[in-house]
Every structure is written in C-alpha cells, then in structure tokens.
Design a binder for this molecule. Structure first.
Ligand code: AMP
Length: 193
C-alpha cells in the first residue's frame, strides 16, 4: 500500500496530477474539496455549513473536515492506497491524518508531493478554469487571492511537518502535464523500489 499527499496551492494542477498518479499506481483519490462540493450539490447539512466558508475562500473548520475524511476512509476500496488531494491543509489536520491512516489503514503517509507554481500563474489559471467549472470560488479574483493567501498562511506549516519527517518533495507545477507527471512518478518510484 502507498499513501500519498498531493500538496500545492489552488490552481497548481493537483486534480490533474492526482488523476495521473491514480492510473499509474491504482490509488483512490480523496479530495476534501470534491467531497464538500458533493455535499453542497446534494444539499446536506454538512454542505450547507461548508458553503459558508468556501464561498468566502476560507478554510472549513478542522473538525468538520476531519470527520468527513474519517467517514470517507471507511468506504471499502480495492486500490493499492490513497492519494490525499487538498488535505491536510493545517497542522491539526496533518496530525489527525497521521492517526487516522495508522488506525484505519495500518500504514503511514509515505510521501508528500508538493506542486510549486507562481501566484500570478495560479490566479490566471483559476480564472480560466472558472469560465467552465461553474465553481463560484473560481470566478472572483478577490476570492481566488484569498484562497491563495489562506494556503500560504495556514498550509505552509504542513510542509514544515512533512519536511521534518523527510517525506516532503517539491516539484515545479509549470510546464507540460506529462513532464510534471514523470517527475512525480520518479519520486514515488523511489519509495516503492
Ligand atoms: P479545493 O477544491 O481543494 O481548492 O477546495 C475548495 C475549498 O474547499 C477550499 O477553498 C476550502 O474552503 C474547502 N476545503 C477543501 N479542503 C479543505 C481542507 N482540507 N480544510 C479546510 N477546508 C477545505
């Protein structure tokens, strides 16, 4: 089993690269952003609560997010492991994830792959995505900049925690999609070979 954390600011290509990693290593993707959007679409109580934060470009509180993740990991799967996309985003979530994977999957997080992209490129990419994604948080530049700022303010500490454990690798998220995937595969192969 391999458990990967795919890390990077909004618009860094996490979703696209997660798809490549899933196909190559037979992983199940757990995207907290997607899970929130599913709940919003289905008008659940959780969705209603999450929407109040998401629409402002703020993070949903840790306990709400962590409980949702615990439930998601209970769903049976025949894959070789998990790829966490958009989680953890805070130090509290990082610690929680460590316990959750040990308890529920009997296996630690193996590697945190971090996609690095310049802020202005991020804003440009997200606005472009907003033209077709229908996501309210993708269409307003102020909200987008807030999301990027939230990422640096709260999420930078996640990188520090994985760095300390020697599990953190940075990869440029700018360039051809296939080239970026190859660089990610090289890093994953190092830990499984
Ligand atoms: P994403 O699709 O990963 O960019 O997430 C969209 C929005 O969902 C974020 O801007 C947050 O409001 C919320 N969200 C997603 N994942 C998390 C998380 N791990 N912790 C808190 N909020 C989250």
């Amino acid at each position: 089993m391999i458990n990967l954390v795919l890390f990077g600011p909004p618009g860094s290509g996490k979703g696209t690269q997660a798809q490549k990693l899933i196909e190559k290593y037979n992983l199940k993707q757990v995207s907290t952003g997607d899970l929130f959007r599913y709940n919003i679409k289905n008008n659940t109580e959780l969705g209603e609560l999450a929407k109040t934060y998401i629409d402002r470009g703020q993070l949903v509180p840790d306990q709400v997010t962590i409980n949702m993740l615990i439930n998601e990991l209970k769903v049976p799967t025949s894959t070789n492991g998990f790829i966490f996309d958009g989680f953890p985003r805070t130090a509290g979530q990082t610690e929680a994830l460590e316990h959750i994977v040990e308890e529920q999957l009997n296996r630690p997080i193996d590697l945190c792959l971090s996609l690095v992209v310049d802020d202005e490129i991020l804003v440009e990419r997200i606005l472009k995505r907003g033209e077709t994604s229908g996501r309210t948080d993708d269409s307003n530049e102020e909200i987008i900049r807030n999301r990027i700022q939230e990422y640096y303010a709260k999420t930078a500490e996640v990188a520090e925690l994985y760095k300390k454990q020697g599990k953190y690798v940075e990869i440029s998220g700018v360039g051809e999609i296939e080239d970026i995937s190859q660089k990610l595969f090289t890093e994953v192969d190092k830990i499984i070979n």
